[in-house]
Design a protein around this ligand. Structure first.
Ligand code: ADP
Ligand code: MG
Length: 698
């Protein structure tokens, strides 16, 4: 194992391995299953399982697992060993087609939001052959979907695969109308840029808030933070470089196309971006990346923080979801073409996205909603909670010209004839980058920037794929019936622009004036928190779209709403309880100790030198005593707010109490604690400070 190309994908049962270990017929049959979703017969499955097991055992595996993504947002695995007893007392390594295709984990403890009564505790996992099996540690991991016996999706993969399927189906209808008879599938692809923080294990262990909640709940601003912007793209420190090197190697072995890495804006913050791949595989890979980041960090004495907002006053971490759709032949449908006809097709797909984002702003917001991400959105470091689309000046001018039937004065040509020719030729504009837009067109893809760093990318892509499929379905329904295709097409593009142009915004998304304009003049939605947006998952239009496309059943949606809200409530309650405990057990005693030592010292001084004022000590004792009183009062308020949750009738009203009572009480409590930190001698303060933590990695 010397060069990267030698070991890249060495732990993946990929096409190369399949080709070399399977018979020609078995390979062809498996390929059909992977490419076209054809069912696999048990004979073929047995042959594949045998080859997979032999390969895995040769590479050191002893166990296999059906690897799945329950609604917790992380991955789950239950390991079974390959061993099977022989009559002579030895064991043989066995793995059957049946075990490959289907598993039955006792999964009663995964959240199901009422989808699976405990009496039918068993769910089943079903092999997803579109994502390659791989070896992690000593285990062969088989990517699977996870369903209840009633057939309800209990995971994120199942609806993601369904959304990819409907998007493909509807996009193909459009392509046929443009005369494309060859494309067999349309595939959505994603390249997720992953942000994270690295701190030392020593700092992490010393902070109960980081250990219990993944973020600091207290901490005064350090004298130096990110003001100088000297970290962004800066030289990578040796400790971080060693981590990245190891991480890349682990990811490459798993066939994950880790490509770009750099320091981010905040101290201790970094980013990793892979090369994009199909949405399903990108989702699996992103889950694996997050897991491996934490494992590799541990090996280096570090901790990788994936929380969206580990430090107040310091930029949080997000995940940019770069998304596009392409044919199986490789034509990117979001890439402007060279001829007006190609451009007409591009503009129609562009319009489908514009319409989708406007019609389903709420679903996109919901897809990224977590307690952690609520701290970022709208905090002048990430896009606001209001969704809008950035298109860039040129594309914007093209759309305006079409809408108003005026000649388009593009950079080069003006093309104004009837029919499709009305759609002008224009330059690709990839240079104009707007970093403040939640949803930006970047030349041949859209970058959805609202995802939190710990989010599974599945949800965002399910909603995106489904909403765009819905636009395409509506377009195809109309265009297939049109007597004059070109006129109908032109009219439809025009109508989409005038109906949905409110969602297009090319200015500064961080500007307060924009939020006012967006909400007051344009009527765009502004769901600030998870509690605000999540109940709208069940809005009639959302349920109708998602169920009619077959991406979710109504029960599945209800369960997801409940699970997401429960998760929001539980997360915040854990944070509140952690704060309360940190105050009682550590912060208040530390301040008291410091103030009494100060008072004692002042009194010793006064005893020796009665003329001394001891102004410094006296003043500080007074200030800290006042802060201690404030801390006591605010802690009692927070305790009361948490107690008040018991009165909530359901999870929707509980989440409203979290938003309106618990979270504000947490903010109130933090203020006197952080002030006290600044006034207390370092040797008394019970936790490492922001300065200690953020500059801990050498
Ligand atoms: P940025 O300037 O935002 O860092 P990059 O050009 O580095 O942008 O790309 C960011 C991500 O977008 C990468 O993961 C890249 O592979 C991905 N990407 C590029 N083209 C596409 C595409 N057509 N579809 C989906 N993702 C893409
Ligand atoms: Mg980006």
């Amino acid at each position: 194992m010397s060069t990267v190309s030698d070991y890249f994908g060495s732990m993946v049962f990929d096409d190369r391995v399949m080709r070399s270990t399977l018979s020609a017929e078995v390979y062809a049959s498996l390929r059909k299953t992977i490419d076209e979703g054809k069912e696999l017969d048990i004979g073929v499955a047995n042959a594949v399982a045998e080859a997979m097991k032999n390969w895995a055992v040769a590479n050191g595996a002893t166990h296999f697992t059906h690897w799945f993504q329950p609604l917790t947002g992380i991955t789950a695995e239950k390991h079974d060993s390959f061993i099977s007893p022989s009559p002579d007392g030895s064991v043989i390594m066995e793995f059957s087609g049946k075990e490959l295709i289907k598993g039955e984990p006792d999964a009663s403890s995964f959240p199901s939001g009422g989808l699976r009564a405990t009496f039918e505790a068993r769910g089943y996992t079903a092999w997803d052959p579109t994502s390659y099996a791989f070896i992690k540690g000593k285990t062969l991991c088989i990517p699977t979907a996870f369903c209840s016996y009633g057939g309800h999706a209990l995971d994120k993969k199942t609806p993601l695969l369904r959304s990819m399927e409907v998007l493909s189906r509807e996009a193909l209808r459009i392509l046929r109308l443009f005369g494309n008879d060859t494309a067999k599938r349309v595939v959505s692809s994603v390249g997720p840029e992953q942000e994270y923080f690295l701190i030392t294990k020593e700092m992490y262990d010393a902070r109960p808030d980081l250990r219990f909640t993944g973020r600091t709940l207290f901490g005064a601003k350090p004298p130096k933070g990110q003001e100088l912007d000297d970290h962004y793209f800066g030289v990578i420190k040796p400790g971080v470089a060693a981590f990245m090197e190891d991480l890349n190697e682990e990811l490459w072995k798993l066939g994950i196309l880790a490509k770009t890495e750099h320091n981010e804006v905040a101290p201790a913050q970094h980013e990793l971006a892979p090369i994009y791949t199909t949405t399903n595989v990108a989702t699996d890979h992103n889950q694996l990346t997050m897991e491996i980041m934490q494992k590799v960090a541990a090996k280096h004495g570090l901790v990788c923080l994936l929380h969206e907002k580990p430090f107040a006053g310091v930029n949080g971490s997000g995940k940019h979801n770069n998304w596009s759709i392409a044919t199986d032949g490789g034509q990117n449908l979001l890439s402007p073409g060279d001829t007006p006809y190609e451009n007409a097709q591009f503009l129609l797909f562009l319009c489908a996205v514009i319409k989708a984002v406007d019609d389903y702003q709420d679903l996109l917001r919901i897809a990224v909603a977590t307690a952690g991400n609520d701290h970022r959105l709208g905090a002048n470091e990430a896009p606001p909670a209001v969704i809008s689309i950035f298109l860039g000046d040129e594309l914007n001018a093209v759309l305006e010209a079409i809408e108003t039937d005026t000649p388009y004065k593009g950079a080069e040509k003006t093309q104004m004839k009837l029919g499709v020719d009305v759609l002008p030729i224009f330059n690709r504009d990839t240079t104009d980058r707007n970093r403040t837009s939640p949803f930006a067109f970047t030349g041949n893809k859209f970058e959805f920037r609202m995802l939190g760093s710990s989010n599974s990318i599945a949800c965002a892509n399910i909603m995106l794929n489904a909403a765009v499929a819905e636009s395409l379905r509506i377009y195809a329904d109309r265009l297939e019936k049109a007597e004059d295709f070109e006129t109908a097409l032109h009219e439809m593009i025009k109508k989409t622009i005038s109906d949905h142009k409110r969602i297009i915004f090319n200015g500064n998304g961080y500007d307060d004036a924009w939020i006012a304009e967006a909400t007051e003049k344009r009527g765009l939605l502004n769901y600030r928190t998870t509690a605000d947006c999540m109940p709208h998952l069940m809005d009639e239009k959302n349920v109708r779209m998602l169920t009619s496309l077959g991406v979710f059943t109504e029960d599945e949606l209800k369960s997801r709403r409940d699970i997401m809200l429960e998760n929001y409530c539980k997360t915040v309650v854990i944070e509140a309880n952690t704060m309360i405990s940190m105050v009682h057990k550590r912060i208040a005693p530390a301040i008291t100790r410091f103030t009494s030592d100060l008072a004692a010292q002042a009194s010793v001084k006064k005893g020796l030198f009665p003329d001394l004022a001891c102004g410094y000590e006296t003043d500080l004792v007074k200030k800290l005593s006042a802060l201690t009183d404030a801390i006591a009062e605010k802690t009692a308020d927070l305790e009361k707010a948490v107690m008040g949750l018991q009165d909530a009738e359901d999870v929707v009203s509980e989440s409203a109490l979290i938003r309106d009572a618990v979270l504000p009480a947490m903010c109130e409590l933090r203020i006197p604690c952080d002030r006290a930190e600044l006034l207390t001698a370092k040797s008394y303060w019970p936790f490492p400070t922001y300065g200690d933590i953020l500059f801990s990695v050498k």
